[in-house]
Design a protein around this ligand. Structure first.
Ligand code: AQP
Length: 328
């Protein structure tokens, strides 16, 4: 069994990234051949600064190691170290429907936010994402709920390739957590917590000091009423119940039961304490790790070598099947 997932390079990883993705990455190391990639090539599809991009790759590497990824038990590498991802993206674009790409929610949301240029790269983002996963013939892709549509598309791409050129690629399935797959913004709990679209107060960063984490939770928008229960008209409190459920490792109904007699203020205090207790050690380890850029580079370089040894085999098969380049 092989797992693959990618994460964008930003130094500002948030609670949603941690709950929806990073926790799953750590857990995946113990049950599969786990391969994780920091996707710098995806990050260039929106405006960015080249110098900051390099620094952000190291930051994200440090966050992942601090959260528990172990280079002895998983493969962690930088997407841009390999040519195979971009080549496979182009080859797969031949079996990707333009109309399907037009329907992608993420493209619609992100292109609406661009003032100067909606890049073709942003449009092709899901094809590169498909190439990332399919290059490793991964069985499972741990992601948050927001990536469901992209995983469906990559399944279609793999199936269409296999139908057209013969069985070559593995059709992967997503692994989206039942609870915490979509952590909501603390100030606008009807929108997801997000690196680019959220507000500072609504986004709890792993890098935040203890006090800021606690304040953001204590000031989280909650709903009318006072019962700590999940309900469609209580998105704020429902979000905090999910967060508590994940960090306590119990079901949301257990959280509701435990806080049946509590007021919102007491409940928020308990959530804040729990989140700070879980994230503060990760933040502290991150701060130690992120200064050692040479050490982080060594991890990424070793990971890239292993990744290349797998992806190059898939690329050779895909080129052969498609009749591209010289015969095998
Ligand atoms: N709010 C969320 N709840 C649960 N999971 C989430 N993920 C993102 N937001 C939430 C999951 O985190 C992983 C990494 O996402 P990414 O590579 O897109 O990183 P990012 O750009 O930092 O994440 P954002 O906040 O989602 O960015 P923008 O604002 O650009 O859209 C993925 O598995 C994702 O599902």
């Amino acid at each position: 069994m092989r797992i693959f997932s990618g994460i964008q390079p930003t130094g500002q990883k948030h609670l949603g990234n941690y709950v929806g993705a990073i926790r799953q990455y750590v857990e995946g190391q113990d049950r599969a051949d786990a391969i994780y990639c920091i996707v710098d090539l995806h990050a260039i599809t929106v405006p960015y600064e080249p110098g900051e991009l390099r620094a952000n790759v190291y930051d994200t590497t440090a966050v992942l190691l601090a959260a528990g990824l172990d280079p002895e038990r998983c493969t962690l590498f930088r997407q841009g170290d390999l040519k195979e991802h971009t080549e496979l993206c182009w080859l797969l674009s031949a079996v990707t429907a333009h109309g399907d790409l037009n329907r992608m929610h993420q493209f619609k949301e992100k292109s609406a936010g661009q003032r100067e240029l909606v890049s073709a790269g942003l449009f092709l983002y899901p094809v590169l994402q498909a190439a990332d996963v399919l290059a490793y013939r991964a069985d499972e892709v741990p992601v948050g709920e927001d990536q469901r549509q992209h995983i469906e598309l990559m399944r279609d791409i793999a199936q269409r390739f296999n139908e057209r050129f013969g069985e070559t690629l593995v059709v992967p399935r997503h692994r989206i957590p039942d609870v915490g797959g979509r952590i909501m913004d603390l100030q606008s709990p009807d929108t997801k917590m997000s690196t680019t679209l959220g507000s500072e107060q609504g986004t709890l960063y792993i890098r935040d000091p203890d006090k800021a984490m606690a304040t953001k939770i204590m000031r989280a928008v909650t709903d009318s009423g006072s019962d700590v229960v999940r309900a469609p008209d209580k998105p704020g409190i429902s979000n905090l119940i999910e967060v508590m459920s994940v960090f306590r490792g119990v079901g949301p109904e257990d959280v509701e039961q435990e806080f049946a007699d509590a007021q919102y203020g007491d409940f928020k205090k308990a959530v804040a304490d729990t989140v700070v207790e879980a994230l503060a050690p990760i933040r502290d380890r991150y701060q130690e790790l992120q200064v050692d850029r040479a050490g982080l580079e060594d991890v990424l370089r070793a990971g890239a070598e292993r990744a290349r040894s797998i992806a190059s085999g898939t690329l050779a098969d895909v080129r052969e099947r498609m009749g591209v380049g010289p015969p095998d």
